[in-house]
Ligand binder design. Structure first.
Ligand code: SF4
Length: 226
């Protein structure tokens, strides 16, 4: 067998391995598996790496600008997200859009939004560690492809899923931290703000206002320096 034939067989073996990603969670998703978000989305759409595939209507991969400097990562799709296939489109999403607009950040051009898991957990429960472990390799590829300078982690599940930090969100929100060479900030999940509507000084909404201004300042600094 000449070396060219051997090489082509090797390439074929690799190709088959990659094909198994959506059906076999034991297959890893190394960096550079996908060339773009479209290719990644095709795998997610047929994915059965965890049990959340059983009840989904749509896989929810992301929305916004896939070249954005800011990436926002939430927990998991809810009912409206499952119905539309888009993240953060329910009441929480509308509030998130308003928060971003308050500092002149546009959801479609300035940010890319996605979740820790891409299929809706039943009754909107928190995804299990097992489900997160199965899905996060897709997210890591998304982060590599979008290549954001800033990552906003909305809520404790997103913080835990990405950084492993298990501290309560009220303790660590608003703090810049570095993860894999990127700036990250934990922020409140918009659904928490919907449950706490007060705008008094020190309230969750007031704190979010401080945090989003800090994000905008950092975004502008990065834009000037890039
Ligand atoms: S949640 Fe993620 S790992 Fe689980 S089936 Fe959906 S896409 Fe696949």
């Amino acid at each position: 067998m000449n070396s060219n034939t051997q090489l082509s067989l090797f390439a074929e073996a690799n190709f088959n391995q990659k094909d198994l990603i959506p059906t076999d969670r034991k297959i890893t998703i190394p960096p550079h598996t996908y060339t773009d978000i479209t290719e990644l989305t095709k795998h997610c759409e047929i994915c059965h790496r965890c049990g959340l595939s059983e009840n989904r209507t749509h896989v929810v991969v992301g929305r916004g600008n896939p070249q954005a400097k800011i990436m926002i990562i939430g927990e998991a799709p809810g009912q409206q997200e499952d119905e539309t296939g888009l993240p953060f489109v329910g009441k929480s999403g509308q509030l998130l859009d308003k928060i971003l607009a308050s500092v002149n950040l546009n959801t479609e051009t300035d940010v890319y939004i996605c979740n820790i898991v891409k299929c809706r957990p039943p009754e909107n429960r928190v995804p299990t560690p097992d489900e997160m472990e199965a899905c996060i390799p897709y997210l890591l590829e998304q982060i590599r492809l979008v290549n954001p300078k800033i990552i906003l982690l909305t809520g404790a599940t997103a913080v835990k899923g990405i950084t492993g930090n298990k501290q309560g969100i009220t303790k660590i929100r608003g703090q810049w931290m570095e993860w894999e060479g990127r700036l990250c900030m934990p922020i409140f999940h918009p659904s928490y703000l919907l449950r706490n509507p007060s705008k008094e000084k020190g309230s969750p909404k007031w704190l979010m206002w401080q945090d989003i201004q800090s994000v905008k300042t950092k975004f502008e600094q990065l834009t000037v320096n890039s």
